[in-house]
Design a binder for this molecule. Sequence first.
Ligand code: XMP
Length: 517
Amino acid sequence: PALVVDFGAQYAQLIARRVREAGVYSEIVPHTASAEEIAARNPVALILSGGPSSVYEDGAPQLDPAVFELGVPTLGICYGFQVMAQTLGGEVANTGLREYGATDATLAGDGGTLLGGQPADQNVWMSHGDQVARAPEGFEVLASTRATGVAAFADDERRFYGVQWHPEVKHSDHGQQVIENFLHKGAGLPADWNSDNVIAEQVERIRAQVGDARVISALSGGVDSAVSTALVHKAIGDQLTAVFVDHGLLRKGEREQVEQDYVASTGVHLITVDAVDTFLGHLQGVTDPEEKRKIIGREFIRAFEKVQRELVAEAKSDGEKVRFLVQGTLYPDVVESGGGTGTANIKSHHNVGGLPDDLDFELIEPLRTLFKDEVRAIGRELGIPEAIVGRQPFPGPGLGIRIIGEVTRDRLEVLREADAIAREELTRAGLDGEIWQCPVVLLADVRSVGVQGDGRTYGHPIVLRPVSSEDAMTADWTRLPYDVLSKISNRITNEVREVNRVVLDVTSKPPGTIEWE
Ligand code: XMP
């Protein structure tokens, strides 16, 4: 793979995505990885990410200098550019000249391998206080800005490249081209990574991992589990049983959609487990979001274990149990749960951080290295209908983390109705393609005074959280048309008795997360 070395900014994921968009498979490694560890992963290229620190400060994240002796083509971005400059004998300094946001960059000469063919003046996205004051020996300066003499450099001989700006963000005019030039011209890599390859590779891997054992798959109705289940089904056919757990935290009509549409289109053998009482029983009195997530994650697994026992009993075979469980874990779930790159644990995504320690399954996670749009492409490739592949994300813990406060049957009923109205109106307005998702949240412990008919009401607010995003790692609130908001608000306050107020969440991510819990 091309390895993105993470220096602790949220940009590493975005870089990894852009590299894949360029047709080169990428993974993220922490900057603490040694040269041997990096070499062991057979990197075809390295990209050093941005980061929040100053390279010359004590304790600033560094890179094992031996990494630069591996002979691997390397691109440094922002902080990574400075690390590269400093490690190879250049100079990084704080000149007091900062650049944030859109900045004019001017090419020096023809731009070389990295910037060749681009306009002499272009708009790039900057975010730095320090700068490379002097490029290391052997490097040619490719671009500068008003405040930064060395804004991009290259050493074609060693195939080392760097840019001070962020080519991975869309605000940089020719950003993607910088990444592609590095990968295809600098590192000489072909653009040959695509969903066909992923399917073939995963099918082979799954067959090798499973042999002729029986497997169960956790199906939630969401895109991720739908695709992972179909992928495993393609690999091992009837050795797979899909299990859909109705935990009572589902949206309106969801169970029926899975039981009918998905099964009809894939031919997967499905068991539905009705676990509503169990889940709601365990959630009684619980208000802490992490505790809710842990309980839901644990009860999911308990439900699967129960199916596991029943399947064994039913088969009356030699008693060999179902050892494998398929989950639709994605790359961002892994990273955000603190797995892999040493990032902080922000939330316990139920299918990663929330697993109990005594898990009695070996996991099959065929999407563990993929981003959402890649999963959708694979789903389409596998022939899953658009109604399922195009679905907006819905969290595994379901409505349980969209009720702020204790989860009860009555509150679920209220939220389910409000959510169904919001979804219906968004679809009717043709906005599904524009928004990434729109969580509908019930503030169950908040009440406000209202007036309806002739009387005073004292009801709960519903929050609409429409967001636009590329991969859920960052998001902005969607500017929905007022008339659509108005329609949703009117309908919810009229049709859902306990709700007398609808409010709009206008927070981006960061600082807010998409879900409220
Ligand atoms: P946050 O709230 O972390 O959400 O900004 C990012 C994306 O992940 C979804 N999400 C989850 N998906 N299990 C899931 O399968 C979970 O526990 C979970 N929590 C959040 C969320 O809907 C958004 O798309």
